[in-house]
Design a protein around this ligand. Sequence first.
Ligand SMILES: [Zn+2]
Length: 101
Amino acid sequence: MIALLIFGGILAAAAAAVWLVLAEVLVWPPPPPWTGRVIAGGLAAAVLGWILHWAGRRLQKFFRRRCIQCGREAVKGSIYCGPHLREATTLQRERSELDRL
Ligand SMILES: [Zn+2]
């Protein structure tokens, strides 16, 4: 989504710039009055996308999940830190083995 915003913005700005250059070189047709706005809008979208991308990564780091048992930084995609994740999986395995008996 954010990548699309960056890519789309750059693409729009580049397309408008190319159109503007072509219009200048070919003289006809005259450059449409909105090319400048499209370039500015495209660049703004790209910059906004880049800022959102940067802020998103910052926030992700800030709101990194904590282990529910000890409060240390959790393993990515888990609610436990490394040692507690191992502990939990071992416990889970033991439980399932007991169920089978
Ligand atoms: Zn822990």
